[in-house]
Structure formats: C-alpha cells, structure tokens
Design a protein around this ligand. Structure first.
Ligand code: GDP
Ligand code: MG
Length: 176
C-alpha cells in the first residue's frame, strides 16, 4: 500500500520537528523552510506500508488561499494536524482545519480519512495555554485521534504520531 499524509498547522508549532523525528530520530532545533515530500516505510501487522509525507513551510492560518488548502486536502489520505500547547491560535486553526478537511472531502465524494490531532511542545508546560482536555475533547467530538507530545524531548513522538495514523489508514482501506 502506498498512501499520502499531509502535515498541517500554523507556523512554528513543530510540524518539521515531528517529521524529522520520524525520519532521523533526531531533534535538530532549527528547520528550514523547504517544501518537501518525504517517503517512509512502516511495518503494520506484518505488512510494509510506504507513505509520502508532505511537510510545507506555509502556515494554515486564515490568510491562506482556499485553493491551496484544497489541493493538500485532496492529495492526502490521512492528516496530521499540529498545534502548540502554548499557542491558543494554533489550536483554533486545527479546529478550523478539521472542518475544512471534512467538508472538502464530502464535496469531492472522497472516503472518510483518518485525522490525528497533535498538541506539541509538551515540555513547555509552564507556558501552556491549551489544556490536554481541550485537545482530547476536540478529538472526541470530531472523531479524530489525539496525542500530546514533545518533539524536542521525546524520541518516540514522531513515530507514535505517524504510526498511529498509518494504522488507522490501513483500517480505513481494508474496510472500504
Ligand atoms: P513548523 O514551522 O511547524 O515546521 O515548526 P518547526 O518544526 O520548524 O519548529 C519551530 C520551532 O519550535 C523550532 O525552533 C523548534 O526547535 C521548536 N520546537 C519544535 N518542537 C518543539 C517541542 O516539542 N518543544 C520545544 N520546546 N520546541 C519545539
Ligand atoms: Mg516547517
């Protein structure tokens, strides 16, 4: 199986940090603004699944053109939506992106696709402005999965997020 994953969220929430964690196991601190699609293989239930991961520097705030957003939504089979637990606006953006993804896919008559919500920068808990419960509740209300992680501190955070999503994508493909 080959599938596409897009990583979305506002600027500086840690989209690249999470992606690079998955690919290299490292946290390098600074990430360029390069638009990239990476390939990565996972073993899920004894099967190899290769995914293409689109990480882009652009910020999905309300100033972004809808056509650009729609292109990403259409391309992907699964979504990683990242916010920072220290940035309320980035959480609101994730909430808005969920609605956009769902309505765009409905409009395109596309199958339902799994979405993972990620509250990043858990290590900065002294600056927290978004409670864990808020993330969990958003996920519950929108039928998404939720993780709170620190790409900076936790070696496993990238793997956990993407592996969790790929497992759900496999389920989605099998049941259709
Ligand atoms: P992007 O714009 O969403 O791709 O964000 P980046 O991955 O480039 O990260 C933005 C900044 O936040 C960088 O300076 C990272 O080093 C930092 N950063 C990313 N993840 C974490 C995290 O989990 N904790 C902390 N403290 N900083 C992080
Ligand atoms: Mg980036």
């Amino acid at each position: 199986m080959d599938a596409n994953i897009v990583v979305m969220g506002t600027e500086s929430v840690g989209k690249s940090a999470l992606t690079v964690r998955l690919l290299t196991r490292r946290f390098i601190g600074e990430y360029g603004d390069i638009e990239s699609i990476f390939s990565h293989s996972f073993m899920v239930d004894g099967r190899e699944i290769t995914v293409n991961i689109w990480d882009s520097p652009c910020s999905e705030d309300s100033s972004v053109e809808t056509s650009h957003l729609e292109k990403k939504v259409q391309w992907a089979d699964g979504y990683v939506l990242v916010y920072s637990i220290c940035d309320r606006a980035s959480f609101n953006t994730v909430s808005r992106l969920i609605q956009i993804i769902k309505s765009t896919r409905d409009f395109l008559n596309a199958d339902k696709a799994p979405i993972v919500i990620v509250g990043n920068k858990r290590d900065l808990h002294h600056r927290r402005t978004v409670l864990s419960e808020e993330g969990r509740l958003l996920a519950l209300n929108t039928d998404c999965h939720f993780y709170e992680v620190s790409a900076a501190e936790n070696y496993h955070s990238g793997l956990m997020v993407f592996h969790g999503l790929v497992g759900r994508m496999k389920d989605a493909k099998v049941t259709t």
